[in-house]
Structure formats: C-alpha cells, structure tokens
Design a protein around this ligand. Structure first.
Ligand code: NAP
Ligand code: ZN
Ligand code: ZN
Length: 346
C-alpha cells in the first residue's frame, strides 16, 4: 500500500480538507499514475452533498484526472513510465456483459466501478482524483496526446466525453442546428466540440452575461432562456438540443424548440425530478433521451479528436485549499469554465 495526500469530504455536505488515503499495490495489469491535475465536475458537488442519494465517506472526489505514468505492472502492455494518461469516471466494469463487450462500459449491466464513491472489485471504496497518485487497471486508462497540455486536458475526461458522445451519437455535424443549454463545464466543451464537428451552434444560457465568451468558444448564436422572446423566435429550430443544466429545467419549453424528429438529449443530472407534458414529444415526433459519459474506446477517440482540433478546456487553475470556494462558485454558475486543481498543492 502507498500512502497518498488527498482532499476529502469527511461527511456529507462537510467542507473538503487535506487528508491521506491508501492506494493498493501495483498489480499485474495496473498503472500507477502521478496525478498532476484534477478537474472539478458539478457531479463532485452533487455527490459530496448527497444530492443523488446516500454516498460513501470520507469521499475523495475527482473523475477528471490527468497525470503521468510512474510505474506499470508486469502484465501491462499499453503504457510505460512517462506516458501522459487520463482517468475518467470509471475504473472498472464487469468486462463480460453485452455493453462492456461493445465498448459501452458506462452502461455495464452489472454496474461500472466509479472512480470515487464506488466499491472496487477488491471490496474497498474507491477514491478519486483530488489526490496525488492513483492505481488503475490499464483497460480503464486512456492516453492523453502529447500535444494537449495536461491541465486543459483534465476536464476532457468527463466534460469532454459526456458531450462528445451524444453529439456523435445524434450526428451533430455540417447542416445540423445544435443548441447547447447551460454554458458551464460541460456546456463550454459541447460548444467547442459541436463547432469542431461542423454544426451550427446556439447557446441557450440563463442570461447574456457570457455571450462574448460563447461566441469565442465557437457558438454562432447566443440567447437567454430568461427572455420569453427566445422561445417564440427559436420555436421549431433545432435538430439537436443538448441540455447540460445541473438544476431542473422546463423541458416542455426546450422541446418546443426542436424541429419535427429532433432530439433533446439531457446530460445534466439535477437532484430533483422534472415534470413533463407528454404532448411536448407527441407533437412533432420528438425524442427525449439521456446519455452518460462515454466508453473507454470512445474516450480515447474524443481525446484524439480534441488533440487534432487543438481543443482543451477553458480552465481556472486553483490550489487545493481553494476547492470549497470553487464549489460555491460552481453552484452560483460562476465558473469560467472549469476549475482544475493543481494536485502539487495538496
Ligand atoms: P456547471 O459547470 O455548473 O454547468 C451547469 C450550467 O447549467 C451552469 O453553468 C448554468 O449555465 C446552467 N444552470 C445552472 N443552474 C441553472 C438553473 N437553475 N437554471 C438554468 N440553468 C442553470 O456543471 P457541469 O459540471 O457542466 O455539469 C452539469 C450537469 O451535468 C451536472 O448536473 C452534472 O452532475 C451532470 N453531469 C452528467 C454527466 C453524464 O454522464 N450525464 C457527466 C458529467 C456531469 P448558464 O449560466 O449558461 O445558464
Ligand atoms: Zn463529471
Ligand atoms: Zn459489464
């Protein structure tokens, strides 16, 4: 076992504080990673606050991990010491179900092992990226192309793949009008990726405060959802709407913005249920769907795509002791556009 410095929440809703955790010895197929940067995802905050239900404490959040391999087990073939690598939301899955075999480990029918707030195959709780080292089976590690700096690459491991996967699945590309709802961590990645895929991109934000940024990130249009005129003007406009909003939204209003046969895909994971008028999907044969992160193969594909298109996250690099303050700012939609912890400060 290796003792590693980490930032953890000792109990639900408690502030995070410095602590130490144990990492397992490097097994035959394991990779030991020196974590350099860890992104702060809104999912970290939902879980620390038990907004999604009972959680495991102490909790070391963090599933946007970028680092450098420092040691590999004897059976490891894909990585060697010195490689730049990433770990996202999963560190294992059953590897045998239809979804795992299809590269859709995130939908493992037995339940993937989440990077933190999960229980590993060894029966021990998992601890995430707000720490200095992690040991992960090589099959759940991805390569970060050398041309992507590790700090701006870290958020790709969740925010990047969670938006890339549905944009690809629902064919965002040339000739398609795509709306991104919410310009936060996921939303700003969605804008960059949808733009790089060739789609015509519209941001739907609560206000016009971040309009200049949105246009610079690659959006063609920008509207405020607080303005009722937005919903009149854009009625029936979009082929695809990707909602990244962390709180309950008026999905009937969003569905009214779709063309016939359009799809509203939700990736936001609010703590409260929403209500829906089913006529919103009946009229216009519309699809309401959801999507969860992405498989390991697709995560690698996304990283290679981002390297090719020079896409990284817009980040605010923070010291570990600023994490609680950063959480408050995320909760106030005051993030431009991802906080990333420099793990050397833990
Ligand atoms: P974030 O950085 O906080 O961004 C969320 C954005 O939603 C905010 O910036 C804000 O954008 C908008 N928003 C917040 N509260 C709102 C409200 N009450 N009404 C309307 N809009 C509101 O969060 P994130 O890290 O991108 O994560 C977003 C959500 O996705 C979270 O619920 C997270 O847990 C979930 N998530 C899901 C997956 C998945 O696999 N499906 C993966 C990662 C994260 P504007 O200021 O532009 O309005
Ligand atoms: Zn996340
Ligand atoms: Zn499985």
């Amino acid at each position: 076992m290796t003792t590693v410095a980490a930032y953890a929440a000792p109990a639900a809703k408690a502030p995070l504080e410095r602590t130490t955790i144990e990492r397992r010895p490097v097994g035959e197929f394991d990779v030991l990673i020196d974590i350099k940067f860890a992104g702060i995802c809104h999912s970290d905050i939902h879980q620390v606050r038990e907004g999604w239900g009972q959680a495991i404490f102490p909790m070391v959040p963090g599933h946007e991990i970028a680092g450098v391999v420092s040691e590999v087990g004897p059976g490891v073939t894909k990585f060697k010491a010195g490689d730049h690598v990433g770990v996202g939301c999963m560190v294992d899955s059953c590897r045998a179900c239809d979804n795992c075999r299809a590269g859709l480990e995130q939908y493992c029918t037995r339940g993937a092992v989440m990077t933190y707030n999960g229980i590993g195959r060894d029966g021990e709780p998992t601890y995430g990226g707000y720490s200095q080292k992690i040991v992960v089976d090589e099959n759940y590690v991805v390569r970060i192309p050398d041309s992507l700096p590790l700090d701006v690459a870290a958020p790709l491991l969740c925010a990047g793949i969670t938006t890339y996967s549905p944009l690809k699945h629902w064919n965002a590309g040339p000739g398609k009008k795509v709306a991104v709802v919410g310009l936060g961590g996921l939303g700003h990645m969605a804008v960059k990726i949808a733009h790089a895929l060739g789609a015509e991109v519209t941001v739907l934000s609560q206000s016009l405060r971040k309009k200049d940024d949105g246009l610079k990130l690659g959006a063609d249009h920008y509207y405020a959802t607080s303005d009722p005129k937005t919903f009149e003007e854009l009625r029936g406009t979009f082929d695809l709407i990707l909602s990244t909003v962390s709180a309950p939204m008026d999905f009937d209003a969003l569905l009214s913005l779709l063309k016939t046969d359009g799809a509203l895909v939700n990736v936001g994971a609010p703590e409260e249920p929403i209500s829906l008028n089913l006529f919103s999907v009946i009229a216009g044969r519309k699809t309401l769907a959801g999507s969860s992160i992405g498989g390991i193969r697709e995560t690698q594909e996304m990283l290679d795509f981002c390297a090719e298109h020079h896409i990284g996250a817009e980040i605010e690099l923070i010291r570990a002791e600023q994490v609680n303050e950063a959480y408050e700012r995320v909760l106030n939609s005051d993030v431009r556009y991802r906080f990333v912890i420099d793990t050397a400060t833990i």
